[in-house]
Design a protein around this ligand. Structure first.
Ligand code: 5CA
Length: 439
């Protein structure tokens, strides 16, 4: 992509309305624009990151055996009356009336709708287990939408739902999602810790929140330091294999949100030097709630002995749009965003320091063509701005690599390659730089 043709409305000033760094940087880097309180348009740069995160979430869901579908954003109120949640949900639910006077709502979550789909077609234990998920916009009329996309009113969520015959089987599904969440967040370049959590309006009695540590997080985190030290991607996972040891490993230490925190237990169980008391951002939340929805909605199947039972279910959420802000909170410096490579909007920012200089233009075109041809995503700054402005903008938008071409280097047959994360700069031949970036 050539910057001269790209829609990237960056800002030099710090927007006054943004209270936290990720919100400030997302506005300054031209990633989002507020449409109204807690509702955002995703501009091209932000949209690329959102899609990358979505794709990693999707791949890990699929790997764990979940199947993707797509449910609508608008749901019928009657279905929510069946579960009893239409009234319980209160003012957070956006209620809509259609032209026939039928009550509808913009879905804040999908337990009812997926149970309705399931009860219509699945009648026997033979069709179990199933885990279904979608990645769809949600609306919650939050009292205080804030921190940009972190606590929006409209936000993108991956929500998955499992259906099983009994508790034992449902625990297997829960474990699959638990492990797949560890992998998902690690692939996004994040260190996420599973914490025992409250179930809130979703309900049930078993629940874990996945939290990334950040001072601006809204959740209090109390855990054992060793939970921060593991590399979950080091081993491959067999989702049909023995998952309880992995889940036990991750849940063997004290790790709770402030809602569940018990100071005496924390001090008794965790040695002083290992105690972590921090703030964190909830990026995922999983629940087991048994037949809480299947029972009132009459979602039953026959057991092998012919008797009927209500389905046992869990639900599994990931805040896809929240993650964009969360990743920035975890990875930035004074100059701007530092994207982990798997979610970066482009891998390389190509900077032509002297647009109009034949040598610089020709080499940049060649590098741009070769990288694009090798499917490396490049944003080429081919504009007439000053070198200082070009560097500052590239640092702000945080692409992992900057490839810098200037007349001085050209004389010596070298270009400069800068790593955004480490700040290290290296002079090397264009061929070596290409080999590095395409390798
Ligand atoms: N049905 C369940 C799981 S599928 C559910 O709705 N869970 S939830 O309420 O915990 O939401 C799932 C995830 O969505 C949260 O972990 C969080 O990352 C994200 N989320 C929730 N509310 C918001 C919000 N207002 N803005 C941005 N992301 C949100």
């Amino acid at each position: 992509m050539r910057l001269s043709a790209y829609f990237l409305p960056t800002m030099k000033e710090t927007p006054a309305e943004a209270q936290i760094v990720s919100h400030r940087l997302m506005l300054r880097a031209g990633m989002v624009r507020q449409a109204s309180a807690g509702i955002y348009s995703w501009l091209p740069l932000g949209f690329r990151v959102l899609k990358k995160i979505e794709q990693i979430v999707r791949e890990e869901q699929d790997r764990a055996g979940a199947q993707e579908l797509l449910m609508p954003t608008i749901q019928a109120a009657d279905l929510w009356r069946e579960s009893g949640r239409y009234d319980d949900y209160g003012k957070e639910m956006l209620r809509i009336e259609d032209r026939h006077g039928r009550e509808m709502l913009y879905g804040p979550t999908n337990e009812e709708l997926i149970t309705d789909i399931f009860r219509a077609s699945v009648k026997s234990y033979r069709d179990l287990p199933r885990i279904l998920y979608h990645i769809q916009w949600k609306f919650r009329d939050e009292v205080r939408p804030r921190f940009g996309v972190m606590r929006g009113r409209e936000f993108l969520m991956k929500d998955g739902y499992s259906f099983d015959l009994d508790y034992e089987a449902a625990r297997k599904s829960y474990n699959k999602m638990f492990v797949s969440y560890l992998r998902t967040f690690a692939r996004l370049g994040l260190k996420a810790i599973p914490l025992e959590a409250e179930t809130g309006p979703i309900g049930g009695d078993l629940s874990h929140e996945f939290i990334i540590l950040a001072d601006t997080g809204e959740t209090g985190v109390f855990c054992h330091h060793d939970l921060l030290d593991y590399d979950v991607l080091a081993e491959t996972v067999d989702y049909d294999g023995d998952l309880p040891p992995i889940v036990d490993f991750w849940t063997r230490y004290y790790a709770r949100t402030d809602d569940k925190h018990e100071p005496e237990v924390f001090t008794a169980e965790v040695p002083e030097e290992k105690r972590v008391q921090r703030r964190g951002i909830e990026v995922g939340h999983i629940f087991y709630f048994g037949d809480k929805y299947a029972e009132p909605l009459g979602a039953t199947v026959t057991r092998p002995d012919g008797s009927q039972t209500a389905l046992h279910s869990g639900s599994y959420g990931i805040g896809v749009s929240r993650l964009v802000g969360g990743i920035i909170e975890a990875s930035h410096d004074d100059d701007g965003i530092i994207w982990p490579e798997p979610v970066a909007p482009f891998k390389v920012g190509l900077i032509n320091l002297k647009v109009g200089n034949d040598g610089c233009d020709a080499l940049c075109e060649e590098l741009y063509g070769t990288l694009s041809g090798a499917s490396v995503e490049v944003l080429y700054n081919d504009r007439q701005d000053s070198p200082g402005a070009k560097f500052a903008e590239m640092d702000l938008i945080g692409l992992p690599w900057q490839l810098i071409v200037g007349p001085r280097g050209l004389k010596n047959g070298v270009v400069e390659l800068k790593s955004r994360a480490s700040g290290e700069r290296e002079e090397l031949s264009p061929e070596s730089a290409l080999a590095r970036l395409t390798g």
